[in-house]
Ligand binder design. Structure first.
Ligand SMILES: *Cc1c(COP(=O)(O)O)cnc(C)c1O
Length: 364
């Protein structure tokens, strides 16, 4: 196997899920497995975690189909935008459609009628994210129209927060109020609201208990990462990833001989340079050049010279680092937050960019 690999601790993921569940009960828990389970590898994570979750959330219909092909029979909500011509796949693969427009509602009703089976849908309300969904001020007509669709099982209704991980929850609370107004429409019409009302992503799970309703949708915190460093950490979760590699080359470099493309770094004294077989094509971002650190034999060292597509170099000074020595790129003292700082991004982008070329090894 490739010396550069990602170790995924499935027991930790399960523990995170249990901690979240204990905190939000009796609300149900949807595990968000989009983007290759936030880089953790959906093929290993999904079958393991499936028995412990009430619902699975993905972003695109292809991800839902992939889960069905893996043999999962959990309910699966495709949360992102969908084109009307993709709706037949929802009937075929028994996926739950997020209906975010009047057009999609029509398409869903037509597909369900033609397929002669009830299609499960969740109504998507836009309360202030301005991404997908029917605005709360148009929701009454939307709900009335949905109630006339006899081939649909309107199982859920939901919205998504733009600022739930912030210290300032003013906007999130405003979104929550707008969502509540939408739910009040059902009371006004004297009909029952859909049985699964949901709003909470990780930030809201941590900071806004009144957002739980019937189900919560943890993504990043299921993977043990907090959505913002200064978010209130009301639930304990821990990361499950360790990114391993091994030294593939080790040599002394002399002063006046700069390292790597562009000659961006050189040493003033003879120094040992170790080469690591991992690069930006694996998601080790090029923009971390001369900023990142790695752990070799338990000690931290600076990355030097431009990070290449498939390899990068580390300055180990006078230490005796040899070919084959173990390297940690993430985990064991290097947090996803560190990589995010070095790359000028957030932990979500770090995790979801760990390349397909990096094998995932699952620990149970
Ligand atoms: C990605 C996503 C989530 C999970 O968000 P986190 O911040 O990772 O918890 C929840 N709901 C929707 C609609 C999403 O797109």
């Amino acid at each position: 196997m490739r010396p550069t690999y990602l170790e995924v601790n499935l027991l930790q993921l399960k523990q995170n899920l249990e901690n979240i569940r204990a905190h939000v009960a009796p609300a149900k828990v949807m595990a968000v497995l989009k983007a290759n389970a936030y880089g953790h590898g959906v093929d290993g994570v999904a079958p393991y975690i499936a028995p412990y979750v009430d619902y699975i959330g993905v972003a695109i219909v292809e991800e839902g189909i992939h889960l069905r092909e893996l043999g999962l029979d959990n309910p699966i909500l495709v949360m992102g935008g969908t084109l009307p011509e993709q709706v037949p796949a929802f009937a075929q693969y028994d996926l739950t459609l997020a209906v975010s427009s009047f057009e999609l509602l029509d398409a869903a009703e037509q597909v369900a009628q033609a397929a002669k089976k009830k299609l499960k849908i969740h109504l998507k309300i836009d309360t202030g994210m301005e991404r997908t969904g029917v605005h709360e001020y148009e929701a009454e007509a939307f709900i009335e129209k949905s109630l006339m669709c006899r081939h649909l099982d309107i199982e859920g209704i939901f919205t998504h927060f733009a600022n739930s991980e912030s210290n300032d929850l003013t906007h999130a609370k405003l979104q929550l109020e707008r969502f509540q107004e939408v739910l009040n429409i059902y009371e006004k019409l004297s009909v029952a609201h859909p049985r699964i009302r949901h709003t909470a992503n990780s930030g809201a799970i941590l900071q806004i208990p009144e957002s739980y309703f019937d189900m919560v949708r943890p993504g990043v915190m299921f993977y043990g990462i907090y959505p913002e460093c200064d978010v209130k950490k009301t639930i304990e979760v821990k990361p499950a990833l360790t990114w391993h590699s091994r030294v593939v080359y080790s040599k002394i470099t002399q002063p006046g001989r700069p390292v790597s493309y562009g000659s961006l770094w050189q040493s003033e004294v003879p120094t040992r340079i170790a080469t690591i077989p991992c690069g930006y094509a694996d998601g080790y971002f090029r923009r971390m050049t001369n900023r990142a650190q790695v752990i070799i034999n338990g000690k931290k060292y600076p990355q030097v010279g431009r990070i290449c597509m498939d390899q990068f170099m580390v300055n180990v000074g006078d230490d005796d680092v040899k070919v084959g020595d173990e390297v940690i790129l993430l985990g064991d003292g290097i947090a996803a937050e560190d990589l995010a700082d070095w790359a000028g991004t957030n932990e979500y982008e770090v995790m979801t960019n760990i390349g397909a070329r990096v094998p995932r090894v699952y620990i149970k």
